[in-house]
Design a protein around this ligand. Structure first.
Ligand code: ZN
Length: 145
């Protein structure tokens, strides 16, 4: 892999790690703290697996995980989590323009958010602006679907 192509590739270790970081940030934004038990509940993963992953993320310098304490994102972890949450929001906004059902949107976005490059996200962001500013264009696109 050359340096040129790597810039658009995933920033963290794995899809699973991304999902944890995303969930931790959402919990912190929602409640002010992220408890491993809530991460476990929201991701539908056993507490033992969550503990393992949090230890791994701690080793990688992405979170601070201490027993019986809420999980904290490091600056590096926060940057990655923030990028995923932003991709999630942008992709959701895009698909909602076309009135797809929420379940489909959520499922597709959860898959795409891990893989979409910065360049493609820029394309989608521009399309959102164009379609929002031009309702007739949006209607024409929707009529084709
Ligand atoms: Zn997501």
């Amino acid at each position: 892999m050359t340096a040129k192509t790597s810039k658009n590739l995933r920033t963290s270790g794995s899809v699973a790690m991304d999902d944890y970081l995303e969930q931790i940030l959402l919990l912190i934004e929602d409640k002010g703290y992220a408890r491993p038990v809530d991460v476990s509940k929201n991701l539908g993963i056993s507490q033992a697996s969550v503990t393992n992953m949090l230890q791994k993320l701690d080793t990688e310098g992405l979170v601070v995980h201490k027993k019986y304490q809420s999980t904290i994102l490091t600056e590096k972890g926060h940057t990655i989590a923030n990028a995923i949450v932003m991709r999630h929001q942008m992709l959701t906004k895009f698909l909602r323009l076309f009135k797809l059902d929420e379940e489909t949107i959520y499922r597709d976005v959860e898959g795409m958010e891990h893989h979409v490059s910065k360049d493609t996200l820029n394309v989608i962001t521009s399309l959102i602006s164009e379609l929002e500013e031009d309702p007739e264009l949006l209607e024409r696109v929707k009529a084709r679907i």
